[in-house]
Design a protein around this ligand. Structure first.
Ligand code: C2E
Ligand code: C2E
Ligand code: C2E
Length: 88
């Protein structure tokens, strides 16, 4: 498929997401904070999210899930290889 097909795991870079002031990312940031709260997962630099939640978010943005992934990639808030973050 296309490079943006959300077949793999969706992993958000929380540092970049929460530093972003771009209006378009407001709902994604809000959603990520809610998921952190539900999981009690507050100390991570990254957050893996459910494919189901990506689908729900895509509806809010009036996009396809792969379209939203593409937008998130353009904003630089997705991590393709979370393990690479810890080797730098
Ligand atoms: P739940 O859906 O009943 O899941 C209970 C526990 O099963 C979760 O506790 C987690 O340890 C595990 N679990 C469920 N699905 C997955 C999964 O896809 N991957 C992994 N690694 N573990 C999974 P946790 O994390 O403390 O979450 C507690 C509750 O918070 C969940 O209960 C769910 O109701 C909600 N929640 C947490 N994260 C999310 C999320 O990303 N999206 C949604 N919609 N709800 C979430
Ligand atoms: P991975 O999925 O590639 O994640 C690499 C590292 O990114 C994780 O190292 C963790 O530090 C971070 N990370 C990824 N998603 C999240 C997240 O939602 N919250 C937080 N706080 N950190 C996240 P870690 O924990 O040492 O895990 C290493 C590998 O072990 C993971 O690689 C994954 O393959 C596996 N793993 C760990 N926890 C789970 C789990 O709950 N479910 C499954 N299926 N695999 C897990
Ligand atoms: P993962 O832990 O590697 O899980 C990969 C896929 O296995 C999940 O994709 C889901 O389809 C299935 N799965 C794993 N554990 C469970 C479970 O307890 N119940 C059910 N019904 N399915 C399960 P999905 O949903 O797209 O999630 C992607 C990643 O998001 C997960 O990778 C995990 O890193 C994170 N995640 C999702 N939900 C939760 C959660 O409730 N708590 C935590 N801590 N992490 C979650």
């Amino acid at each position: 498929g296309t490079p943006f097909e959300p077949a793999g795991k969706i992993v958000l870079d929380l540092e970049k997401l929460y530093d972003q002031t771009h209006e378009e990312l407001a709902y994604v940031a809000k959603y990520a904070r809610a998921i952190q709260q539900q999981r009690g997962d507050y100390n991570g630099r990254v957050l893996s999210i459910r494919a189901d939640d990506l689908r729900a978010l895509a509806i809010v943005y009036d996009q396809s899930p792969s379209g939203l992934v593409e937008r998130l990639t353009e904003h630089g808030v997705l991590v393709s290889d979370p393990r690479a973050l810890f080797n730098s």
